[in-house]
Every structure is written in structure tokens, then in C-alpha cells.
Design a protein around this ligand. Sequence first.
Ligand code: HEM
Length: 155
Amino acid sequence: MEFVLWACRLMHVFSVVVWFGGLIFVNAVMLPVSQYEGRSRSEASVAILHRFNSFVWSSLWTALFTGLLLMLLSPRFLWFDYSTLWQKLLAVKQTAFLLAGFFSWQIAKVVSHMERTQNEPDAYESWRLTYVKLIRRSLFCGILGFLCAAGMAVV
Ligand code: HEM
């Protein structure tokens, strides 16, 4: 059982690092560079955003599955009981996860709009700005999730 717990914990941490680490790369490196180079509407830029979506979803499902397992295997988890700080932090983290999941669903839709408007600079630019807004909201949820995890580890 110890092995299952550690395998879950490592896969859980790995999946949220790939998810939110990837969002940071897209937001802080890929988009600003392609914008600066005047290539934000290029085939390559849009193809990268499209391909990254599949990484987000595989990480999201892995984080959810391993998180549920960690939760069910934890002696501190009781159904519908939020009396302890650990349970309250878990609830906040799950809410942050659901919100980040919702933003990821919206991001997938926005990327398909960006693919359709690649030859319409104004329309593309407004979808690109929506994309950046959704990434930043997801990152806020991710940071909140990490802070809750840190709190859960010390309480
Ligand atoms: C925003 C999304 C999430 C982030 C950033 C995140 C991050 C983390 C991290 C870094 C850890 C390891 C901390 C440690 O080693 O104790 C962890 C542990 C854990 N996570 Fe998540 N997680 C997220 C979503 C979830 C979800 C959705 C669930 C449940 C459905 C969950 C349940 C757990 C549990 C039960 C643990 C073990 C806590 C303990 O043993 O004290 N996590 N999480």
C-alpha cells in the first residue's frame, strides 16, 4: 500500500506541475515571443496551442484520478465532514481544481476560434486576449491549489 500511496502522490504532483508549468510557459514565454516576432497568428503558434490542449487534459484527468485516490486512502478524509483544517483546505483545493478545469474547457473552445480566425487579424487578436485572460485565471487556481497542498502537508 505504501508503494501505491507514493506512486499516486508522485503522479499527482507530476501532473499538476506539467499542467500549470505548461500554462506558465505558454503565458510567459511562447505567447510574448510569438507576439514580439509578429508570428502569433502563424501556423506553428496555433498548432502549439492546439497540441498543448491535449497535454492539459491528460494532466487534468491524471491529477483528478490520483487526487481522489490520495483522498480515499487518507485516514484524515471523512465524507461530507469539513470540521478539520485539512478537510477545509482539501475542499478549497477541489474548488480551485474544478474552476481550473472549467477554464481549460473554455480555453479549448477559444483555441478552435483562434484556428478559424487566423486570417482575420482583429477577430484573432480578441480571441488571443481572451485566451491570455483564461490562462491567467487558471494559473490563479493552480497557485491556490499548491498553497492548499502546502497547508494540508503541515496541518
Ligand atoms: C489545482 C489542482 C491541484 C493542485 C495544484 C494539487 C497539488 C498537490 C500537491 C503539490 C500535493 C502534494 C503535497 C504533499 O506531498 O503532501 C497534493 C496532495 C494531495 N492532493 Fe492535490 N492538487 C490539486 C488537486 C487535487 C484534487 C482535485 C484532489 C482531490 C480530488 C486532490 C487531493 C490531494 C490529496 C488527498 C493529497 C494528499 C494530501 C496529504 O496527504 O496530506 N488534489 N496535491
